[in-house]
Design a binder for this molecule. Structure first.
Ligand SMILES: [Zn+2]
Ligand SMILES: [Zn+2]
Length: 190
């Protein structure tokens, strides 16, 4: 079955759990399409769409080295104007995973990120949950302050106008003076 042989190192996966025991000597190379469905919504203000990724896993004793990338789009809501917009994600990463027992003995119990952005983590029950690595990498890409654009003018606190698209109406009301409301009322009654 030549096709199967050719695809051996580039298996398309829906399932994202990798058994450490299944990683062969020469490494395991996995491509992921449609990660959005696997990762789900990250929080109420963002979701992932059209994300794909790749993992290259190499075993060295009980440790697993993983390099990979994730690319896609996040749907975010602007902190200032609340408009939703697409935010591109493109991250390359490197993980060193140790079995949980060894990890907790050697290193601080918390997830440690070294200066070189190598993420040292642990795995449990001989299982690597790929979607968690992708999810973390996507979250790391989230800006501290989510803005649809650098100079977003936001919503007016007074009238609620989207100042990117329309004029603030607060000043109008003041200019028309105390009778403007009455004038408006009349029009409506007619
Ligand atoms: Zn905005
Ligand atoms: Zn206003």
């Amino acid at each position: 079955m030549p096709v199967q042989n050719a695809d051996k190192k580039n298996i398309m996966l829906i399932e994202t759990h990798v058994q450490v025991a299944d990683i062969p000597e020469e490494g395991l190379f996995l491509n992921f399409e449609e990660l959005a469905g696997l990762i789900g919504d990250l929080d109420e203000f963002s979701s992932v769409s059209h994300a794909s990724g790749r993992l290259e896993l190499h075993k060295s004793g009980a440790e697993v080295q993983i390099s990979g990338w994730v690319r896609g789009k996040m749907n975010l809501s602007c902190d200032r104007c609340l408009a939703s917009f697409a935010f591109p994600v493109d991250a390359s990463f490197f993980y060193l995973l140790k079995p949980s027992k060894e990890f907790h003995r050697e290193i601080e119990p918390d997830h440690e990120v070294t200066g070189d952005e190598i993420h040292v983590y642990w795995y449990e029950d001989g299982l690597i949950r790929a979607e968690e690595l992708f999810r973390e990498q996507i979250l790391l890409q989230l800006p501290m302050r989510v803005l649809c654009r650098e100079d977003c003018r936001g919503l007016c606190a007074g009238c609620g106008a989207d100042l990117n698209r329309e004029e603030c109406r607060c000043q109008e009301v003041v200019n028309h003076g105390p009778f403007s409301a009455l004038a408006g009322l009349k029009t409506i009654q007619n």
